[in-house]
Ligand binder design. Structure first.
Ligand SMILES: Cc1cc2nc3c(=O)[nH]c(=O)nc-3n(C[C@H](O)[C@H](O)[C@H](O)COP(=O)(O)O)c2cc1C
Length: 307
C-alpha cells in the first residue's frame, strides 16, 4: 500500500504545525555564547501568579546561554518587526553575532537581569528560569517574569502557514443576540445575576397539553430558571431549583443555548441561558402555573425560539 506521501496526498503530520497560529518571541540571552537573539514561535504565557512564560527551544547558543545564566528576555515581536524575526530565526549565534549586525536590532539593557532587550516590541518580559525540561524534540524553558511592560500601540506579529500576518485592528462583533427588555426586566436579571460578569442560567421547558409552565419572578412570569454558580452542574442545579418551587420534573435533554445581550436604555447585561426539555412528574406550587398563551415577554419568546 502506498504511503500518504507516495500517493501524492499531503502528509498530514508534516504540515499540521503550519495550521497553528502563534506570536513570535525574540528570545534574548547573554552568556559564554555571547549576546544572542533567536526567534521562537513557541513562546507563551502559562501562569498568572507567579507570572510564568514558557519557551520551547532546541540545543543552540540560546539554550546554552539560558542553561548557564538562568535568565532570558522575552520580546514579543510587533507586526513591523518581520526583518528582525527573519534574522533572529535565520541565523545561529554560532554563525554570526546577530545583535551586532548594524541597523537591525535596537536594544536596551534589562533592569533585573544581565540581558539585552529589544525596543519596539508589543511586550517585553525579563525572566529568571524556574524549570528546564526536555519535552519531545525540544527543551521547555520556563521563566518567571520579574518585570514586564507592553506597548498598547503595537500589535503582535502572527505566524501561521509559514507566513507572517497582521492582526486585524477591528474586533470580531459579538454573535450574541441583542434583546431589548424593559428597565424593570433588566433590573430583575441584574438582581438574579448577583454580580456575575455574564448571567448564566439553566432554564426548564415544561410543556403539557399545549400549555407551558412559567414561574413567578417578582411581578412577571418567566420560564422556570435558576442562576448556576461557577463549577456547579447545570442539570442538578435546575432539578434542585424546580424542587424548591414545588415542581417535580425529570430533566431531560439539553434543548440548546441562547446567548443574549439584554438591553434597556444604556444598561446592558450579557446572559447565557441553557434550556432543558423537562417532563413534569408533579406540581405543588404557588410559584408556578400553566400558561396557554405567553405573556408579552421578549426574553421568554427568544428562549422559546428553535435553537
Ligand atoms: C518564525 C520563526 C519561529 C521559530 N520558532 C522556534 C521555536 O519556537 N523554537 C525553536 O527551537 N526554534 C525556532 N525557530 C528557529 C530558531 O529561531 C533558529 O534555529 C535560530 O537560529 C536559533 O538561534 P540560535 O542558534 O542563535 O540560538 C524559529 C524560527 C523562525 C523564523
Amino acid at each position: 500500500m502506498l504511503s500518504l506521501k507516495e500517493s501524492g496526498m499531503p502528509e498530514i503530520m508534516d504540515n499540521v504545525h503550519r495550521y497553528f497560529a502563534t506570536t513570535v518571541g525574540l528570545i534574548t540571552t547573554k552568556g559564554r555564547s555571547g549576546q544572542n537573539i533567536m526567534a521562537a514561535e513557541w513562546t507563551m504565557h502559562i501562569s498568572y501568579d507567579p507570572m510564568l512564560v514558557a519557551v520551547f527551544v532546541h540545543e543552540s547558543p540560546t539554550y546554552w546561554n539560558i542553561k548557564e545564566t538562568r535568565a532570558f528576555g522575552v520580546n514579543i515581536a510587533s507586526d513591523d518587526q518581520t526583518d528582525m524575526v527573519n534574522i533572529a530565526g535565520g541565523y545561529s549565534g554560532t554563525e554570526i553575532a546577530k545583535l551586532a549586525i548594524p541597523g537591525n536590532f535596537k536594544t536596551y539593557l534589562a533592569k533585573h537581569i544581565d540581558v539585552p532587550m529589544i525596543k519596539g516590541c508589543a511586550l517585553n518580559a525579563e525572566c529568571r528560569v524556574t524549570a528546564i525540561e526536555k519535552i519531545g524534540d525540544h527543551i521547555m524553558v520556563v521563566g518567571e517574569a520579574v518585570s514586564a511592560k507592553f506597548d498598547e500601540n503595537k500589535f503582535p506579529l502572527i505566524y501561521t502557514r509559514g507566513n507572517y500576518r497582521k492582526l486585524s485592528r477591528s474586533k470580531i462583533p459579538s454573535a450574541r443576540k441583542s434583546v431589548r427588555v424593559t428597565p424593570a426586566q433588566i433590573s430583575q436579571f441584574e438582581k438574579m445575576s448577583a454580580g456575575q460578569f455574564v448571567l448564566k442560567a439553566a432554564v426548564a421547558l415544561i410543556r403539557q397539553d399545549g400549555k407551558i409552565l412559567l414561574q413567578k419572578f417578582d411581578d412577571s412570569w418567566v420560564l422556570p430558571m435558576v442562576i448556576v454558580g461557577k463549577g456547579a452542574n447545570y442539570e442538578e442545579t435546575l432539578e434542585k431549583h424546580l424542587d424548591s418551587i414545588g415542581v417535580s420534573p425529570s430533566v431531560g435533554k439539553i434543548r440548546g443555548i441562547k446567548r443574549m445581550t439584554l438591553k434597556a436604555g444604556k444598561t446592558e447585561l450579557r446572559a447565557n441561558f441553557i434550556g432543558f426539555d423537562c417532563k413534569l412528574k408533579s406540581l405543588e406550587s404557588s410559584d408556578a402555573k400553566w400558561f396557554a398563551s405567553l405573556p408579552g415577554n421578549v426574553v421568554l419568546r427568544t428562549l422559546l425560539e428553535k435553537p
